[in-house]
Ligand binder design. Structure first.
Ligand code: SAM
Length: 358
């Protein structure tokens, strides 16, 4: 294999096609594709370099002197590997480790699959050409298949300071649980719906995980993935694409937007902000309508998390604001489903929040 080849392959496909294809992506969120991917364990969604670059530019300061691990990344196709190997010097990285699941093929252009995995180590450019040359990349065979949960992959995880990847959607909860268990910093792609998973919402509430800046636009999927009626297309080069509409980034790296106050201007009135039937909180249907002068609990759309500054607001557990004991305790702690009703009419899922500074 050659690193140049690997880099060339990883960038050329997604990047070139993305430019033409992203224009076709409608802006209205739709989450059926990601949910379906999760249900059917379709995990091969490859991230575009442009989507990685758009998000990563907000984190440059975090990477100086750090070891980065991409642990769900076949270097043949992973633009995460490409991004970090080609920006190694710019980011002043210490080391890049990439593990590849179920592929031990040293020829990065072969389609050969295997029950074993490999891992790659890159310690930066030695020849002075600022490009990861093949002889500068260490390729090592793993004993097992490269499952991120395996003992040997956990050993590599322990070496890492920051984990950056797009993990398998079907294993997202386990994936995050492991990162938290080993106290790792991370920046990972997810389905926006993951906000409402009880394990993830708990971490959000505890300020252990938050949303990044951007929304990945489209992913390359294998040729055998069926075409969908919407947000699925084959481009002029025969590459199969999916646009997911609700992909986002989750991180625990500090970012500037997390310290920006949301500017509030609306005034509270009983008539415009009705209370839920089951919770002692007012319904705020749009984030922009959060009233400036209300100090109780408010149910806000999940999009609030895009603007969440934990110095300005706190997230409340819906179980703590039940109006009656007969309202069932919910493991997720959100205002959700039939219990989100106002005068018997359910709203969308809501996050209960309270202002810290009134
Ligand atoms: C959503 S894809 C993303 C691939 C790559 N990170 C990217 O963004 O282009 C998730 C990848 O995780 C791999 N994978 C699935 N199960 C895994 C496991 N248990 N451990 C490690 N990787 C796994 C899949 O083969 C797939 O390539």
């Amino acid at each position: 294999m050659t690193a140049r080849k690997a880099g060339g392959a990883t960038t050329a496909r997604p990047r070139r096609k993305a430019r033409t294809e992203t224009r076709r992506t409608p802006s209205r969120p739709l989450n059926r594709s990601l949910s379906a991917a999760k249900a059917s364990k379709q995990d091969e969604f490859y991230t575009q370099l442009s989507d990685i670059e758009k998000e990563l530019r907000h984190y440059t300061a975090h990477f100086k002197g750090k070891t980065v691990l991409c642990n769900c990344d076949d270097p043949k196709v992973s633009n995460f590997f490409h991004y970090f190997s080609h920006n190694f010097e710019k980011l002043k990285l210490k080391k890049l480790i990439t593990t590849c699941y179920k592929n031990c093929d040293a020829d990065l252009f072969s389609k050969h699959t295997d029950e074993r995995g490999i891992f790659l180590e890159y310690n930066g450019d030695k020849s002075g050409n600022r490009v990861p040359d093949p002889e500068e990349i260490g390729i090592h065979q793993l004993k097992g298949d490269g499952d991120f949960r395996s003992e040997e992959c956990i050993k590599l995880l322990k070496q890492a300071d920051i984990v950056v990847t797009n993990p398998p959607f079907s294993l997202f909860r386990e994936y995050v649980e492991q990162l938290v268990k080993y106290k790792k910093k991370f920046l990972i792609i997810a389905n926006h719906n993951a906000i409402t998973y009880k394990e993830i919402f708990q971490l959000i509430k505890e300020n252990k995980i938050w949303l990044g800046y951007t929304h990945p636009v489209a992913f390359i999927v294998p040729d055998h993935y069926e075409m969908r009626a919407v947000r699925s297309w084959r481009d002029e080069n025969g590459t199969n694409w999916r646009s997911l509409g609700n992909a986002c980034w989750f991180t625990n790296l500090d970012i500037a937007k997390r310290h920006d106050d949301l500017v509030l201007y609306r005034e509270y009135s009983r008539r415009e902000y009705p209370k839920y039937d089951n919770y002692n909180a007012i319904e705020v249907a749009r984030v922009a309508d959060i009233p400036i002068d209300f100090d109780g609990v408010m149910g806000v759309p999940v999009t609030f998390l895009e603007k969440y500054n934990p110095d300005q607001f706190e997230i409340v557990d819906a179980n703590d604001i039940r109006r009656r004991k007969s309202v069932a305790i919910k493991a997720h702690g959100l205002i959700k489903d039939k219990d989100s009703a106002i005068k018997g009419k359910p709203t969308y899922v809501r996050i209960p929040i309270r202002k810290k500074r009134v």
